[in-house]
Design a protein around this ligand. Structure first.
Ligand code: ADP
Ligand code: MG
Length: 469
């Protein structure tokens, strides 16, 4: 049961949250209607009680419907080394109390944390001195985000705030943290201004620590006393209480004309765990997406990394063809670009050899991934197909049945089915409200033809290439 309960929890809260909070949770005992779990620290215990009591209980109930209570204790350091076993011992623990069907979370833990906890939290998250505007390479993917971030960083106390919050979103390794820390460094160079950079996790931690020491009020006041609040990885903000608190802080800051800058891996509308009002407040400022790093930008980042490395290792150099090779083959993710340069540096230092193309091919092989399946949009397919066959996009969506439109339309539907995860009915809707059987017919038709008709096969291949770019 325990393994399955953990599986349920993992899928209900997501991998990141699970590994942050539940990875070290052990089963101690199951007895009649109650389950006894343990965690290694008081902090984990109060956090789980405050934020996940209901989910934990739900996960158990889904496996064992008669469970009505989940107790959570802090296990001693000794116990931490022993593997958890299913034992049935009398349980003596603080309870995640269940009142009727709705278990109530107990936020006020009895734990006494050092008073410094809330101050520490307000110190902000650590900043990396390399992540500044000076080292941020510009490209098509990030011009707008960069311009907005600069604007925010250069504002003075009392300046009218132009967009609030500034919300930047992008996938992993595309420069969100870099840009946010650059804002913080630049903003803090002005002694009149207080810029605070916090990861969403640090925010949560700070708030919980403040609750524990009953300094929550001071925590809130301190947060509201800053000029620019920078929050990274907002998607990790979890739990109703902290979300509500974050929401208050955000509103208070914005209403007081202070700047808020946020980064997340998805747009506000996709932050499922936040409530609707919060999402619309986040979307109410400026929302900017940074897209995947194009080849030129990748090359720029590689060069800037090499230059930074050369500051300490004067003999290190990466020849142009190697840079080109890396920029072409390492996909999108800025972290891998950095990793590649680090590896070449290490290798050439350790072996006292110059960097060559062969060395690069060998050393970074694992960073070269087959093109990540890019999320292809139906509109892109329609646009590319229309261009290739020299018809208009509205022709594709229309009810016209002339041969020069029918075939491209079928090809487009076929590509929509094979390159996206959209269902047949959805594709039908997106093609001028057609029935799913029409889509199915088109898909089958093209599938059958592609095997026999070389011209069509070439056309389809070419379309796929264009879409993968
Ligand atoms: P994210 O926070 O979006 O996951 P990071 O900001 O941590 O990404 O970036 C990952 C790595 O790529 C970092 O080493 C960062 O410096 C580098 N990087 C990303 N974009 C740029 C850029 N435009 N210019 C310079 N370095 C970049
Ligand atoms: Mg980041």
């Amino acid at each position: 049961h325990w393994t399955r309960v953990k599986g349920r929890l993992r899928s209900s809260v997501g991998e990141d949250v699970f590994s942050s909070w539940f990875a070290r949770m052990d089963l101690e005992a199951v007895q009649d209607e109650s389950v006894h779990l343990s965690v290694p620290t008081r902090f984990l215990k109060s956090w789980i009680q405050a934020h996940y009591a209901e989910r934990v209980l739900d996960a158990w109930r889904a496996e064992m419907p008669k469970v009505s209570r989940v107790d959570l204790t802090v296990r001693s350091a000794m116990r931490n080394v022993a593997p958890a076993k299913e034992v049935t011992a009398p349980v003596e623990a603080r309870r995640i109390e269940s009142t009727g069907n709705r278990p109530a979370a107990d936020i006020r833990s009895t734990a006494t944390a050092p008073v410094s906890a809330s101050h520490e939290a307000l110190g902000g998250s650590p900043l990396d001195p390399r992540l500044t505007f000076a080292s941020f390479v510009l490209g098509r993917a990030n011009t707008l985000a960069h311009a907005a971030a600069r604007q925010v960083a250069e504002g003075r106390r009392g300046d009218p705030v132009m967009f609030n919050p500034l919300y930047i979103h992008a996938g992993v390794g595309l420069g969100k943290t870099h840009l946010l820390q650059a804002v913080t460094w630049a903003g803090n160079s002005n002694p009149e201004r207080k810029v605070l950079y916090l990861t969403a996790e640090k925010f949560m931690y700070g708030f919980v620590a403040a609750l524990k020491t009953q300094t929550a009020l001071a925590f809130k006041e301190a947060l509201r006393g800053i000029d620019v609040l920078v929050i990274d990885d907002l998607q990790f903000l979890q739990g109703k209480t902290t979300q509500a608190e974050f929401c208050h802080t955000l509103n208070a800051l914005i209403d007081a004309g202070r700047q808020v800058v946020i980064a997340a891996d998805r747009p506000p509308s996709d932050l499922e765990s936040l409530d609707e009002r919060m999402r619309s407040r986040l979307a109410g400022g400026l929302v900017v997406e940074m897209s995947t790093l194009g080849e030129e930008l990748r090359l720029g980042i590689l060069k800037s990394r090499v230059a930074a490395a050369r500051a300490h290792h004067a003999t290190f150099d990466v020849p142009e063809p190697v840079l080109d090779y890396l920029a072409r083959t390492i996909t999108h993710n800025g972290r891998d670009l950095e990793g590649a340069i680090n590896r070449l540096l290490a290798h050439s230092k350790l072996n006292a050899t110059a960097v060559t193309l062969e060395m690069a091919e060998r050393e970074v092989r694992d960073l070269i991934r087959p093109m990540e399946p890019k999320r292809i949009k139906i509109e892109d397919i329609q646009r590319v197909v229309a261009r290739q066959y020299n018809v208009s996009r509205s022709d594709l969506l229309s009810s016209r049945r002339t041969a020069n439109v029918v075939r491209p339309r079928q090809v487009a539907m076929y590509l929509a089915k094979t390159l996206t995860l959209r269902s047949l009915p959805e594709i039908g809707r997106r093609f001028g409200g057609r029935d799913h059987t029409t889509v199915l017919h088109a898909v089958r038709k093209i599938e059958a033809l592609v095997g026999k008709d070389n011209t069509l096969q070439d056309e389809v291949e070419s379309l796929k290439r264009q879409l993968a770019e």
